[in-house]
Each structure stands twice: as structure tokens, then as C-alpha cells.
Design a protein around this ligand. Structure first.
Ligand code: SAM
Length: 474
């Protein structure tokens, strides 16, 4: 591979994600990771909660000093509280279609998997799925599809979004649709923006070009540059909230961590918009996918350290963990800076209500199979406020504006009251008796932490919600 010239502000992957620059930065971080005096300085900088550079953060990741590791965990916890308070936002994935023309070697949707039945939901089936999700209490979705220009063209995605937003049901409505579809053109991103999606999410899978090409041997996704430049096209197309992620387990974790931070910095410096969210999926067993054939499995302790360091390095970003992880890992991850989780999820097409065979089209095996109500209960038991808030999008707190509010730590002024309101809405309409009882106690406790006019305004809006059923967001 040719040596590429690194340029943070270029929109070409060969420059802003020059792999030789990742390697150079990694070797600098590795030597700094042995220098305790330097690491202590970085820890002091981390305490200021203004973020860390990719090299600083990766040197902490590669370090092995007990005291440094302890400080990382403590600081991450404090930053999460300072920026977002103790609320955790809930969402559900919705798999629309598993038709796919790609050949990703880790994904069961790959084109040569002939044993997996292929399904694509009709608009009527999508409605049925939405009713099931609404009855559970969900308000926020992440749409998931394989890449297939014939079965899943952009017109199908747009029609499905329109169907979802048009549903007003006795159990509520979906208020925010995030979209995770394959890299596409700036024109298609513009169409998604016009369809009023929330965040556009795309996982890089791996930042290492050579490995990326081995893992994606054929199909449109095999083009590393087109995939890596997707967020540049998305932002140019008008989407202001973009979500990054790598699939941990495909390549060396320090390399991926460095790549993620360099990608975030590139977006922030070039467009003034860093990642709205970062997801931390780990490779899971799935139909025909043997995780043991991938040699970069990420142990739990390093996985949790990565989460803590992402929180410290990019304090303003939302951090998402899915049901790929077991409840115990999710519990630890929550205290280290995760701000959004999925709950009651199905990774099968039509899995919430339409199709009976629960596993035949699953994208990966779920490790946390609890219902949404059980997740809400568990969050509250662990001192978090479960939140179904979707307010930022409706109030145009997006992109650069969102970053500004978040960086100045003002976002929790919105997040906490909105979490309380949407929790009350959940308790009124969807919760089991046990969850409701615990929720009422939690609301009382949380309100005691607030004082003055602010408390009165929140109490008035809670009263209004209880009388009318309507949430008036902050
Ligand atoms: N087709 C789109 C794309 O290619 O980006 C949407 C992605 S797919 C529905 C969502 C994500 O699932 C992928 O980006 C990948 O990271 C993840 N995934 C695929 N196989 C997986 C596995 N075996 N375990 C865990 N996650 C997996």
C-alpha cells in the first residue's frame, strides 16, 4: 500500500484516515504508555473534561499502571454525570429487510448465505411491527437493513420512514427514527434528511484498509474509501447528526480506537460536527458465523476501558451499547459513560410481531433478552433514570448547535427533566405494577434534587402530562 499524506481537513479517506498515520500515532502512543509522568499529566487534563487527543487517549488505553486505570474509571463516571446526568435513553432496532448483496465475512446477511431465509417487510407489516413496539412503550427506533439496490432501494427506506412517522396509535407514536443503512450518495443522504431522520448511523467495521478489504471481498461495501467517506457525504448532504462505531473483534482494538478518535476529530474540525453518537458493538455468534475464527476478540476489561476512554476523550458524544452484550457487562458499561441502550430488542426481520420463527433471520444472537419493562426496572434499581426523550430533534438542537450546548454542559438541563417526563409517561401507559411503584419513588427522589422555579415548571409539566397524556418537552 502506498504511503498516504495525512490531512485532517481533507474529505478523502486516504488523507484523513491515512493508515500509515494511524500506525505512526499508535507507535507514539505505545511508547508514551510506558511513561508514568506523561500519563499523570494526561489524567490531569482528562479531569478538566475537555477531551483528549487520539494519541493521549490511546496512550492511556495501552498503559498498564493500576492507579492510572483506576483514575480512568472514576473520571469517566464523573464526566457522564456532569454532561448527561443519570439518564439513560432507550431505543429499539427495527430490521426491515435482510436482503443483502455484500459479502461481509462476519455477518450472516452475506450474499452466499443460502440457508438464511430472506425477508423484506411490506408497509402493512411495518405498521404491525410499530404497533407492537408502541405497545411496549418505545418512542425511538434504529432502522436496520442489508444493502441491496433491488430489494432495498432508497425509495423503500423513505417509504418505510414515512409509514412509521404517519402512525398515530392509541399507545403513542414513534418520535425519532435513526437510520443504519449502508454508505450511500450525498443525494440519498439529502433525501434522508428531508425525511426527517434523527441520526444517520454507519459502523466503520474496521479502520484498517487491508483487513477491511479481506473482510469485505465483494459487493459495494468492499470499497474502503467510499465507506470511510460516508459521513463526509452525509454531512455535505445536510445530515447534522451522524453516529460512528467499529465492530470490535475484527482488528486490533488499539488500532480501531485510534481510528475512531481520528475520524471524530476529522469530522469536528472539518465540519464543526463531531459524532452525535458512537456505538461499541462487539462481534457476536450468528448463523454460520464462528467468532472463534476471528483472532481479535476483545476481553471485557479492555472493552470497558475503551468505553470509559471514549467518554473521557469525547465528552459530548452519546455512547450506545446494544443487546449484543450481557446484562452484567451493560451494567458496568452504564456507570462508565454509556448514555443510550437498546431494550426488548429483536434482531430478526419482523421479530416483534410479524414472523413466528424467532431466530431464522437474526443478524446476531442477542445476549440480553429481557423485556423493555424489565430493562426499565433494572435501570431504576441501578440509580439511572430511563428516558424515552426525543426532544433535541424536535427542538432543532442538532449538529453544531447540539455540540455547543453539550460542550458547555447545558444539555443535562434538558435531559433530566425530559427523562422525568417521559418516564412518567412510560409509567402511566406501559409499565407493570412493580415497575410503576419503583418509578414513582424514583421520580419523587429525583424531584427532591431540583429546586426553585425549575422544580415548579417541571412539576407543572408532569401535572399537565397526567391530566392530558401530552408530554411538553424542554
Ligand atoms: N447494511 C448496513 C451496513 O452495511 O452498514 C447496515 C448494517 S447492519 C444491519 C448493522 C451492523 O451490524 C453492521 O454494521 C455490523 O457492524 C453489525 N454486525 C454484523 N454482523 C455482526 C455480528 N456477527 N455480530 C455483531 N454485530 C454484527
Amino acid at each position: 500500500m502506498l504511503m498516504k499524506k495525512y490531512d485532517l481537513l481533507s474529505n478523502k479517506a486516504e488523507n484523513f484516515m491515512a493508515n500509515n498515520e494511524i500506525e505512526k500515532n499508535l507507535s507514539t502512543a505505545l511508547s508514551l504508555s510506558k511513561n508514568e509522568a506523561y500519563l499523570k499529566e494526561v489524567i490531569e487534563k482528562a479531569r478538566q473534561a475537555k477531551g483528549l487527543s487520539p494519541i493521549e487517549a490511546t496512550s492511556l488505553l495501552l498503559s498498564n499502571f493500576e492507579m492510572i486505570n483506576q483514575s480512568i474509571l472514576e473520571i469517566a463516571q464523573t464526566i457522564k454525570e456532569d454532561y448527561y446526568g443519570n439518564r439513560i435513553v432507550l431505543f429499539a432496532p427495527l430490521y426491515l429487510s435482510n436482503y443483502c448483496v455484500n459479502s461481509c465475512t462476519y455477518c450472516p446477511y452475506h450474499i452466499s448465505n443460502k440457508t438464511m431465509p430472506r425477508k423484506k417487510m411490506t408497509q402493512t407489516e411495518i405498521k404491525q411491527e410499530i404497533y407492537a413496539l408502541l405497545e411496549m412503550g418505545h418512542k425511538r427506533l434504529a432502522l436496520e437493513l442489508g444493502e441491496d439496490p433491488v430489494h432495498n432501494p432508497i425509495s423503500y427506506v423513505l417509504e418505510s420512514i414515512e409509514t412509521i412517522y404517519s402512525i398515530i396509535h392509541s399507545s403513542g407514536e414513534i418520535r425519532r427514527v435513526n437510520v443504519n443503512i449502508a454508505a450511500t450518495s450525498a443525494e440519498n443522504y439529502k433525501l434522508l434528511q428531508q425525511a426527517e431522520i434523527g441520526t444517520y448511523i454507519l459502523f466503520q467495521e474496521t479502520y484498517n484498509q487491508k483487513n477491511y478489504e479481506l473482510l469485505h471481498p465483494r459487493g459495494p461495501k468492499s470499497d474502503y474509501a467510499y465507506h470511510t467517506e460516508a459521513m463526509d457525504r452525509a454531512i455535505t448532504g445536510g445530515l447534522e447528526d451522524v453516529g460512528l462505531g467499529v465492530l470490535f473483534g475484527l482488528h486490533n482494538y488499539a488500532y480501531e480506537f485510534m481510528g475512531l478518535l481520528m475520524h471524530s476529530l476529522h469530522l469536528e474540525k472539518t465540519y464543526g460536527i463531531g459524532p452525535h453518537t458512537i456505538s461499541v458493538p462487539r462481534l457476536c455468534p450468528a448463523d454460520g458465523i464462528d467468532v472463534n475464527s476471528f483472532s481479535n476478540a476483545l476481553p471485557d476489561d479492555i472493552f470497558l476501558k475503551i468505553i470509559a476512554l471514549l467518554r473521557i476523550s469525547i465528552p459530548y458524544t452519546g455512547l450506545i451499547i446494544s443487546t449484543r452484550e450481557k446484562s452484567l457487562v451493560r451494567e458496568k458499561a452504564l456507570s462508565l459513560g454509556i448514555s443510550q441502550i437498546s431494550g426488548g430488542s429483536k434482531t430478526t426481520v419482523g421479530g416483534y410481531s410479524v414472523y413466528s420463527n424467532p431466530k431464522d433471520t437474526a443478524q446476531f444472537d442477542i445476549s440480553d433478552n429481557r423485556t423493555l419493562d424489565e430493562i426499565v426496572y433494572w435501570l431504576m434499581k441501578n440509580g439511572h433514570i430511563p428516558s424515552f426523550c426525543t426532544s433535541c430533534y424536535g427542538k432543532h438542537r442538532q449538529g453544531e448547535d447540539f455540540m455547543k450546548i453539550c460542550k458547555s454542559k447545558q444539555i443535562s438541563q434538558f435531559c433530566t427533566p425530559n427523562a422525568l417526563l417521559t418516564l412518567q409517561e412510560y409509567l402511566n401507559n406501559y409499565a407493570s405494577k412493580e415497575t410503576k411503584d419503583l418509578g414513582i419513588e424514583l421520580l419523587k427522589k429525583e424531584l427532591q434534587k431540583i429546586s426553585g422555579v425549575r422544580k415548579t415548571i417541571i412539576e407543572n409539566r408532569l401535572k399537565h402530562l397526567n391530566q392530558t397524556g401530552n408530554v411538553v418537552f424542554f
